[in-house]
Design a protein around this ligand. Structure first.
Ligand code: ZN
Length: 203
């Protein structure tokens, strides 16, 4: 199972990190070992002092596909979720400055939070879903999938040109503005519309 992740998919988040607006979706992969086991706390790794939360809408791929046409992309997933793409921002900045790959900053153990799954059918429009993240009960990130530069089906079509999608793969669709640092004893709660999707503690 692989986690296909999209960077820079919301204009306001591109601005807050002073990144360039990409011509094509920015794609990276997290390994399956980065998935934070259910009910486990998130431990800030020793190699970073600046781990950021990034709340993202997820979809779970349900069948094999490559070179998927945008028109059929919706037939490749039935379940929608919410997660966190934890990022060691200090390490990432260092790697970016050197033009090196981001994997260590994005793919470390526990760096992928995957909340519960809901049927796609429980949402009337995949391109108009509200989601949010609360840090210690305070709203820190709020997004709507309608604000994605590339919508979910476009992302599936795009990534499947390069990577064969397999049953169980998960697409992280990018984070809206409001990313920030976590500290020990923080807790993070994610919502997709009114549904609580995950709640995790930081250690
Ligand atoms: Zn992200």
């Amino acid at each position: 199972m692989k986690l296909l992740c999209i960077g820079r998919n919301y204009a306001a988040h591109i601005e807050e990190l002073a990144n360039e607006r990409p011509e094509d979706p920015v794609v990276f992969i997290k390994p399956d070992s980065s998935v934070l086991p259910k009910e486990q706390d998130f431990y800030i790794p020793d190699f970073t002092s600046d781990v950021h939360y990034e709340v993202e809408v997820l979809v779970k791929i349900k069948k094999v596909g490559k070179h998927i046409d945008h028109k059929f992309a919706g037939t490749y997933y039935d379940e929608v979720g919410l997660g966190i793409d934890f990022t060691a921002r200090d390490l990432q900045a260092d790697l970016k400055a050197k033009g090196l790959p981001w994997e260590k900053a994005k793919g470390f153990d526990g760096a992928a939070v995957i909340g519960k799954w809901l049927p796609k059918s429980s949402f009337s429009d995949m391109n108009n879903m509200n989601f949010s993240l609360r840090l210690n009960d305070e709203l820190v990130q709020q997004g709507n999938t309608g604000h994605m530069l590339w919508k979910i089906d476009e992302l599936i079509a795009y990534v499947s040109q390069f990577f064969m999608l397999k049953k169980g793969d998960i697409l992280f669709t990018g984070t809206p503005a409001g990313v920030g640092k976590v500290a020990p004893n923080d807790y993070l709660t994610g919502y997709l519309e009114e549904n609580e999707m995950f709640s995790i503690k930081v250690k």
